[in-house]
Design a protein around this ligand. Structure first.
Ligand code: 8NA
Ligand code: MG
Ligand code: MG
Ligand code: MG
Length: 342
């Protein structure tokens, strides 16, 4: 049965939350395999479990959602204030090493323009971390129109990530969630949509200049999407190849494409994962088994997979141990209303 639209909205937020909470258990592991991850996931349903806390990924995603629901529209100043307030209230959620300076500056009251602190990061080059992408899920759940999604994914990202390699990652992740919400479509159609948009997004002067500065080829995200297309056409792609070509790091360029590949790869059964796993379970466990920035890659892929498969695929035992799952369900419904009202 096809999931209802509201189920996809709740699924997107639950998928994102579970990816973060479950992925955070393994963050930074370099030697990891699917067996180890699945063993842990199996135990969740059987042994009484302490609540798994969410990290910076979800803390910031919650601020984006709360701002959208309160303002009924994107409001950069309100969002900046929420980021800074949330960080001050709970600084130990595993934030990136540098982004905390942005929060401190935002909180200082010395900046009139809320975008300035992010521009000062890394000697004026801005951050290319995956922090803008990891939290963006609320945008495609609030806006049905592509141009709005691109604009507000970008602006929400630029509050902390002034490098186009950071905010373009947020645009790509937001578009992936948008197309996943539409459900059934071939992997090829899904990728074609993203390829078309990213070529355009990455054609502006700043994107080209930032790519050159980092000695990357032109259209870096578009190039990774082409690599994904190539990988999907192959019978078997090893973990080693995935890590070499797509990555599992804290840069958006080394993690957003990995999340998208994982979602598409896991539409079909994966040999190393239990046969009884559904698509959402495969996606989250596959991402975690890649190691590296596990919480962030799994939260991004979880958002896409949850939007695609709906909340029916969310395992109750995984959900029950994830901090804040009730809000994810409620906010999914509220965002659905907001999305439908536009
Ligand atoms: P960020 O903006 O602080 O960036 C993260 C890191 O990326 C920086 O500390 C740098 O090492 C590097 N970086 C980014 N841009 C540049 C640049 N222009 N030049 C040189 N180095 C650069 O944080 P973020 O919000 O992007 O977060 C990214 C990741 O960090 C997320 O996965 C998040 O979960 C977090 N993280 C935390 C831990 C932890 O245990 N505390 C571990 C891994 C990742
Ligand atoms: Mg995190
Ligand atoms: Mg972390
Ligand atoms: Mg992380």
């Amino acid at each position: 049965m096809m999931p209802s639209t509201v189920s996809r909205f709740r699924g997107a937020l639950l998928g994102a939350l579970l990816g973060d909470c479950l992925g955070a258990v393994f963050e930074g592991y370099s030697v990891l395999n699917a067996g180890k991850v699945c063993q842990f996931l199996e135990r969740l349903g059987k042994v009484k479990q302490d609540t798994l806390v969410y990290t910076d990924d979800t803390a910031m995603a919650r601020s984006v959602i709360q701002s959208l629901l309160a303002q009924k529209d994107f409001d950069a100043r309100d969002l900046a204030e929420r980021f800074a307030r949330e960080y001050k209230k709970n600084p130990d959620r595993g934030y990136g090493m540098s982004v905390i300076h942005v929060f401190e500056k935002l909180d200082s009251g010395e900046y009139n323009d809320v975008f300035t602190p992010a521009k000062e990061q890394f000697d004026g080059n801005g951050s290319y971390g995956n922090g803008a992408a990891m939290r963006v899920v609320g945008i495609p759940l609030a806006y049905p129109c592509i141009q709005d999604i691109i604009q507000f994914a970008k602006c929400s990202g630029q509050l902390t990530h002034a490098s186009s390699l950071g905010y373009n990652g947020a645009i790509l992740q937001a578009l992936a969630v948008h197309y996943a919400l539409q459900g059934q479509q071939s992997k090829d159609t899904f990728l074609q949509h993203l390829l078309g948009h990213m070529k355009e997004v990455e054609s502006d002067e700043k994107s080209c200049a930032d790519a050159r500065l980092l000695e990357l080829a032109e259209y870096p995200f578009w190039s990774k999407l082409n690599k994904i297309k190539e990988f999907l056409s192959k019978e078997n792609v090893s973990r080693k190849e995935i890590l070499k070509e797509l990555g599992n790091g804290i840069a958006a360029l080394e993690s957003v494409p990995t999340a998208i590949y994982s979602f598409l790869r896991c539409m079909d059964p994966v040999a190393e994962l239990p046969q009884e796993y559904n698509g959402l379970q495969r996606t989250i466990s596959f991402c975690i088994s890649l190691g590296g920035d596990t919480d962030t890659i799994a939260t991004m892929a979880g958002a896409i997979a949850g939007a695609y498969y709906g909340e029916e695929q969310v395992p109750p035992s995984w959900k029950a141990c994830s901090e804040g799952y009730k809000e994810a369900e409620e906010w999914g419904e509220e965002l659905h209303k907001l999305h439908s009202s536009r």
